[in-house]
Design a protein around this ligand. Structure first.
Ligand code: 0X9
Ligand code: ZN
Length: 323
């Protein structure tokens, strides 16, 4: 594809190939699950990491889900998540005590590309495409009238108001014709049926925020706030340096039919939307194709991702590197 770092889904050695390769190379700890298929027939793939992955039923151990690329153009989200996956695999292979312990006790699930149609489209046609590739108007072509925002399609306060999601085909927050109408939503919900997740980290970009539910409203705190606070920090002492933690509707804007709201309200899963940075100010969604900047973004967010994994076994007593 001509990039140093970025790889598409379909290309040889792309992210799909990599997931299959990683599962083949690490049968003791990795199991690949095809959750479903997109409109264009692409697989939606999850990977489970746990010691003895293939001999133990899914959902047996305390579980965490790390997902990314729900929005097609947010390439940095997939790359940060991919590096996190490798961090665990490489640590296990190198006999790292802490990582071995984590993978003995927990199941870590990864969905690197939650929206593979849209992601591929950002390589093939339109770098700034956000949604999936549903042909909203049924004209057989993908135009600006098409696509559903997968992060507005969940059956939690779906269509609650027009501010948090849109009825318009052309909108970047078009919610779709019905709750869970989209294959990408159904695939993730199937995974939620298969596994009861203690935590879910849904990587997006951009903003340098660590957002948490429930983002359809701004007023009401949740009973889980102390856990969110413990793992996210606060304004003066944020878990990720320079990143503002907070209620997503407060820090950013309200949404409805959103993934982490569904996770929290309907599955009791504590969930975050980390909004990753831009690499260089002004890059927006086009994070530079620069190994050093990408690795820095990963390293900056790694301690938080590890805290979450370490806390899965006892979510009410979270472990934070801030102490
Ligand atoms: O709008 C979204 O789906 C997320 N931001 S993004 O720029 N990556 O599209 C934020 C979702 C978090 N929830 C709320 N803000 N309520
Ligand atoms: Zn996003």
């Amino acid at each position: 594809s001509g990039f140093q770092v970025w790889r598409s889904w379909d290309e040889e050695g792309g992210l799909r190939d990599e997931l299959y390769q990683l599962a083949r190379d690490n049968p003791q700890i990795a199991k690949l699950v095809v959750l479903g298929e997109t409109y264009n027939g692409r697989e939606i793939i999850a990977l489970k990491l746990t010691q003895g992955a293939r001999g133990i039923a899914d959902g047996t151990r305390p579980a965490v889900l790390y997902s990314s690329l729900q929005h097609a153009r947010e390439w940095i989200s997939g790359e940060v998540n991919r590096r996190l996956l490798h961090h665990f695999v490489d640590g296990w292979r190198a006999n790292d005590r802490e990582i071995r312990g984590l993978l003995r006790r927990n199941e870590l699930w990864f969905v690197l590309v939650a929206n593979p149609d849209g992601y591929q489209y950002t390589f093939d046609a339109e770098r700034l495409w956000r949604k999936n590739l549903r042909d909203n108007d049924g004209d057989g072509a993908i135009t600006l009238l098409d696509g559903v925002d997968p992060n507005r399609n969940y059956p939690e306060h779906f269509k609650y108001d027009e501010e948090g999601s849109s009825s318009l085909f052309s909108s970047d927050t078009y919610r779709g014709p019905a709750a869970a109408s989209e294959p990408e939503t159904q695939a993730m919900m199937d995974l939620y049926d298969r596994v009861r997740f203690a935590f879910h980290v849904n990587y997006h970009s951009t903003g340098e925020w660590l957002l948490y539910p429930e983002g359809w409203q701004i007023g009401t705190p949740t009973a889980d706030d102390p856990i969110y606070f413990a793992l996210s920090g606060n304004r003066d002492n944020p878990t990720i340096p320079g990143w503002e933690p907070g209620l997503s509707s407060d820090v950013l804007y309200v949404t409805n039919g959103e993934t982490t709201d569904f996770a929290h309200a309907q599955r009791g899963t504590l969930a975050w939307t980390p909004e990753l940075g831009e690499g260089i100010p002004g890059s927006g969604f086009v994070f530079p194709d620069d190994e050093a900047l990408i690795q820095a973004e990963f390293e900056k967010t790694l301690p938080f991702a590890l805290d979450v994994a370490k806390s899965a076994a006892d979510p009410d007593d979270p472990v934070s590197h801030l102490g």
